[in-house]
Design a protein around this ligand. Structure first.
Ligand SMILES: Cc1cc2nc3c(=O)[nH]c(=O)nc-3n(C[C@H](O)[C@H](O)[C@H](O)COP(=O)(O)O)c2cc1C
Length: 201
């Protein structure tokens, strides 16, 4: 298993350090229904503004419903399809953009949906699975083909499964799989007291 532990100034939780976004999925291993349920429970228990739970997640399990998985797969950009073809599970993260109690816009909906999605990724890491979130999908086609109601917005497709050797990947994807993970220095994006004043640790 190719690991790419995050390099940090001080130790962070193992799950956070371990999670990354591989593209090499094992086409021969499926994700069990119990594992899928655990992923959804992890998302369900995410925090949300006013406890609105604005997320709606759609599961596409290649093992139990190939036709539905193929529909979701067809919505992805070609560049993503090249490696997602081996992923046994796709989950579409969507958010409802209005509050239930008054119908007013909920500008925190994407924030909450992102938190729930990261819960899925971390729970998957805990279960020995890999995840790769994608914004590279055709929005209009996704809404139409997957029957999303007007109040929901598709935000990301998440590919989930077991890791395979990078050798399974074509050309440039293999190089990228083996490349070191990059992050900007802490001081560049993290401020203290006021905007632009770097947190100094
Ligand atoms: C909202 C979102 C959209 C993304 N879209 C894509 C995508 O379409 N294709 C892809 O290969 N990776 C995609 N990624 C993965 C990112 O490139 C990846 O998370 C980032 O480079 C950091 O790498 P790491 O997750 O391994 O730490 C996306 C990630 C997020 C959170």
């Amino acid at each position: 298993m190719l690991e790419k532990l995050a390099k940090t100034q001080v130790p962070i939780h193992e799950l956070l350090a371990k999670r990354w976004s591989p593209r090499a999925f094992d086409p021969n291993q499926t994700v069990s229904r119990e594992q899928i349920t655990a992923l959804l429970e992890a998302a369900r228990w995410a925090p949300s503004c006013r406890g609105e739970e604005p997320w709606r997640f759609l599961v596409f399990d290649k093992h139990t419903n190939l036709a539905a998985w193929e529909k979701a797969f067809s919505c992805l950009d070609e560049s993503n399809q090249k490696w997602v073809k081996n992923a046994p599970l796709l989950i579409l993260a969507t958010a409802v953009g209005t509050f239930n109690h008054n119908g007013q816009p909920n500008r925190w909906a994407p924030y909450d949906c992102g938190a729930a999605s990261e819960n899925i990724c971390l729970q998957a890491t805990h279960l020995g699975l890999i995840t790769h979130q994608m914004g590279g999908f055709k929005l209009a086609k996704t809404h139409e083909l997957l029957g999303l109601p007007v109040e929901a917005t598709a935000l990301a497709m998440i590919a989930i499964g077991y890791q395979a050797s990078p050798d399974i990947l074509e050309g440039d994807y293999k190089t990228r799989e083996l490349a070191e993970r990059q992050r900007k220095p802490l001081a560049e994006n993290f401020f203290e007291g006021q905007w632009g004043v770097a947190f100094s640790g």
